[in-house]
Ligand binder design. Sequence first.
Ligand SMILES: [Ca+2]
Ligand SMILES: [Ca+2]
Ligand SMILES: [Ca+2]
Length: 655
Amino acid sequence: MRKLILLTLLTGFTTLALPAEPPVPVPDVSHLALPSRTVASVDSGLLKTRGDVEIVVRLGDAPLAVAHGAGAKKKGGRLTPAQQREHVAGLSRKHDDLMREVRVMGGRERGRLTKALNAVIIKVDASRIPAIAALPNVVSIRPVGRYKLDLAETVPYIGAKAVQAAGFDGSGVTVAVIDSGIDYTHKEFGGPGTVEAYAAAYGADSSDPKNTTTDGLFPTAKVIGGFDFVGEVWPDGDLAPDPDPIDFDGHGTHVADIIGGARGVAPGVKFYACKACSSVASACNGIALLQAMDFALDPNGDGDISDAVDVINLSLGLDYGQREDDLSLAASNAARLGVVVVASAGNAGDRPYIASSPSVAPEVISVAQTQVPSANRFPLVINSPGVIAGQYPNTENVGWAPVVHGFTGNVVFVGRGCPAESPESPEDPYLADPAGKIALIDRGDCNVSLKVDRATKAGAIGVLIGLVAAGDPISFAFGGGDTFAETLVITKADADKIKEQLSAGTTVNVTVSPDVFIPLVGSVTGSSSRGPSVSFNAIKPDISAPGGSVSAQVGTGDGATAFGGTSGAAPMVAGSAALLVQAYPHRSPVELKALLMNTAETDIKTDPARFPGVLAPITRVGGGEVRVDRALAGKTAAWDEGDQTGSLSFGYDAL
Ligand SMILES: [Ca+2]
Ligand SMILES: [Ca+2]
Ligand SMILES: [Ca+2]
């Protein structure tokens, strides 16, 4: 028998200021370096790889964020501006030494990091990796990660309005949004708010050179800096960095609006738009992400990190995250310097250990997703025949065909119901005519929205999507089509009950009504990723927030659309942190993190429809759902000075 014992410490003693360290006139940071003959750790997967690979080669000397000293952003660091620049120059000379050797092996440099991490990013034939690992000062070699954006939808209720009314709106606080860029022409960011203004900044399409130049339109008063570390073609082509981080994908614009747009959590903040995610795919480049972290610690690029941002938001991640991941390490270094780093836990569902990096880094605030106040679950009501009549609450909605008016009628089973996609892929024949009926359609093969579009055009008045494998219903993303009857996703077990009656010739009559629902407010979403962390069974995620919000839509001037997932939840917490940075400028990231966790709402349920009254475990929602008004008013917070996590874990106890 195995038992998981996890506890968080939710009460305790006051936020004590750390004792100030005496100034060190001649700083010696050599003790922070690892011995130069340490055997480098090499990712085991890389050793099996063939051909060209992109690798992150970390070197032994401390990056500037570490050398400057823990808490340097709040308390002042060990190094003067000139000493900081000399430290960076010293790291760079060693990078030169490394690259001389690597070039002989046919390797090419892809980037350098000196602030959040001390590393050189190299493209080289995998067979050369052992030789690079044997070079002096090399600490670790790992592959460049590819991270994914966490997409989805919903609205806020976390106490931010009360905090704004109390006089804190994030003014004076800087936030780096490491994402797909920001549409700085949008009205929510004080831009002109017209499609013409967007076109002037972005151009007609992704190949327009306008999206590679700033043309006097960037930076703006609200988005005060940034850089595009990706360009417009990756992953279909190579990285092509440029100085204009204008958004095209839209993800970063939503995230920034939730944090600090005109209607956002902290509307007074100023942004740095660090584009590290693709314009054309839900993917973020590992090289660009690391470079964006370095940028966020030194936005003006003068080698002095006194201008490091106050908050970094990363609505992205890699499932089964590890704290040894290079992006996790860079995030930890930034947090220890004094930057609040917030990352989404991921949208990979209720599976143990799947919480993503960099959110699993101990110092980072990992954010899970809870339901918005207006979220409801609509049960399927079977009216007849009597043998299966009743309410079936295990259902899911789809955002593009929500339950608004409801529907009542007789059900027909049409089969898999895919439309024709090509001569090689003709349409699935319908097993029954859905005109005037409710179409029951099996999940599978083609996109669900295309099935609903076809059934609706054939006259269906409502659609039930039946799963074809055991498990809980899931929501389906939009995948094409333009005509949708209201749709509900049901379990295989429920679908099988209906099919059994239909095949016996019995009429099955059902109702889905907007007046019959179970409120989901105060519960975790099914898709939010579960912890704990793969690394040492540490408690993750740390906190949760509603993930859905109607927020700024890129390129529309002043438009807004629904957005969500843990991508929408992380910026709720990043905005909350920005409010607290303004209110408590001298508190460290771990103090603010503990304050947010200790004052979060703990009455958060797993699923009020399926498991009424059952509380969500810590591994799904961390300390609870964020309440920034309580955090502002909080007088006590507790954390472990040793691990900076804000949690107290007794680990995994195998009995
Ligand atoms: Ca431009
Ligand atoms: Ca660009
Ligand atoms: Ca600087």
